[in-house]
Ligand binder design. Structure first.
Ligand code: ATP
Ligand code: MG
Length: 197
């Protein structure tokens, strides 16, 4: 089995995440994509929702699709979420599965700073997708990384969770930027309303 792991904060999950997953799944003939919200990402401050809420929203966005699912391991484990720890665990649990880690262009550029990256790239292949505002090329990456990152074309989606949180704080619509079920969850829980976020 070939599985794409889509890691992120998903604060909240949006159409850019979903389209990236679908495009990569299609291009690389993956069987499934597993969305995996991190607990505390190593590279940034938590912005709005709790881990449980981000997990809830990711589940809502994926539950209608039998080839998509949500992994709760990082949120349940707590603490700072290092991908290397998670991948080692996944390999133990699913020895017959080949995992690919799907990342946007911003994260491709950031790869050299990932925890124990030399070790991590031996264990998983990355698939990078373009994202407006970030250049997607491998030339600037160290050589040991270049051969371990594949690239996929995707229709460019100029949406970020940051922009969505900002729009909500400003009272603007985010319909069609996030799945309807996620929008309902956000509205009901009053998430991201405060301007201080
Ligand atoms: P934030 O603005 O809070 O950082 P985000 O929109 O970047 O949120 P993340 O949860 O940080 O979302 O990203 C998870 C993964 O999805 C990352 O690899 C990121 O590069 C990728 N990604 C996010 N938005 C897009 C997009 N619009 N197109 C392609 N990839 C994306
Ligand atoms: Mg981000």
């Amino acid at each position: 089995m070939k599985v794409g792991i889509m890691g992120g904060t998903f604060d909240p999950i949006h159409m850019g995440h979903l389209l990236a997953a679908e495009t990569v799944k299609d291009a690389f003939k993956l069987d499934e994509v597993w969305f995996m919200p991190s607990h505390i990402p190593p590279h940034k401050q938590a912005a709005g929702a709790t881990g449980e809420q981000r997990l809830d929203m990711t589940k809502l966005a994926t539950e209608d699709y039998q080839d998509y699912s949500t992994l709760d391991i990082e949120v349940v484990r707590g603490g700072v979420s290092y991908t290397i720890d998670t991948i080692q665990l996944l390999h133990k649990k699913y020895p017959n599965t080949t995992f690919y880690f799907i990342i946007g262009a911003d994260m491709v550029n950031y790869l050299p700073k990932w925890e124990r990256i030399e070790e991590l790239v031996q264990q998983i292949t990355f698939i990078g997708v373009g994202r407006p505002g970030f250049e997607l090329h491998l030339d600037d990456l160290p050589e040991f990384l270049q051969s371990r990152v594949l690239l996929a074309e995707m229709p460019q989606v100029d949406i970020s969770s940051t922009a969505i949180r900002r729009r909500l704080a400003d009272g603007k619509s985010v319909r069609f930027m996030v799945p309807d079920s996620v929008l309902t969850y956000i509205t009901r829980s009053g998430l991201y309303e405060s301007k201080s976020r």
